[in-house]
Design a protein around this ligand. Structure first.
Ligand code: IPE
Ligand code: IPE
Ligand code: MG
Length: 226
């Protein structure tokens, strides 16, 4: 049986370089990157096998960037979510945020929570956006949430307390680097990893389709033998 790309996670990297290659400011790359998010979400929502798409939009470490870039990203996120609500509803896509959004402005938190509430009855694809997300931060919050003596904590208790509860099948990083940058370290334990040099603003559904077909041919053994 070919593998099923049930849960795809993407590290959307390369926006800044895409803009700089064109003599433009880094933020122009983020703007273009947001358009690609819509294209890829549409493709996944039309692809019946894909149930969840988890996209890395802002890491816990990204707040080290210059304030102007961080402010721009926060504004872009708010604008994007407001503008995309009809898209989510028309495509039956459920939106979910993962990460510690309590550090965001009250206004942005409200937009995020409203988008989650408005789309909560959608039954198609789940699009999770990782916002102020870091795997270590997520694990730390999860552990603090578990109401049991440490000696009784099972793997399943930790998995259930994480923001992202589903194991990743296919993890893709665009932008040419081969690292996880604190993304879904628990959930990607047995994910198939794909790295492409394509910068995120140039990433297309055609390339995703070709990665999915390569993924289908891999023998996933999960430590066993075939
Ligand atoms: C990824 O693109 C988007 C975010 C981290 C918000 P980058 O902004 O990291 O782009 P590069 O890697 O510098 O080209
Ligand atoms: C990872 O990209 C985070 C996101 C894509 C949101 P970075 O550009 O922040 O990662 P590093 O700094 O190259 O590891
Ligand atoms: Mg980067």
């Amino acid at each position: 049986m070919p593998n099923k790309a049930n849960h795809i996670a993407i590290i959307m990297d390369g926006n800044g370089r895409w803009a700089q290659n064109r003599g433009r400011q880094r933020i122009a790359g983020h703007e273009r990157g947001a358009e690609v998010v819509r294209d890829i979400t549409t493709f996944c929502s039309d692809h019946k096998e894909v149930k969840q798409l988890t996209l890395y939009a802002f890491s816990t470490e990204n707040s080290k960037r210059p304030a102007l870039e961080v402010d721009f990203l926060m504004k872009l996120l708010g604008k994007y979510l407001k503008r995309e609500l009809p898209f989510y509803l028309n495509n039956n896509v459920k939106f979910k945020a993962i990460g510690d959004i309590s550090k965001f402005s009250k206004k942005l938190q409200k937009i995020i929570v409203t988008t989650e509430q408005e789309t909560k009855s959608c039954t198609g694809l789940t699009q999770s956006l990782a916002l102020n997300y870091g795997s270590r931060n997520e694990l730390m919050r999860a552990v603090n949430r578990i109401d049991k003596p440490c000696s009784e904590v099972k793997e399943a208790d930790i998995a259930a307390a994480l923001d992202c509860k589903k194991d990743v099948d296919l993890l893709i990083r665009t932008g040419g680097d081969h690292r996880l940058s604190n993304y879904l370290l628990w959930q990607a334990a047995y994910a198939e990893l794909f790295f492409t040099d394509t910068l995120w603003p140039d990433f297309t559904s055609g390339e995703l389709e070709s990665i999915i077909s390569d993924f289908k041919t891999i023998e996933r053994r999960f430590g066993g033998v075939k």
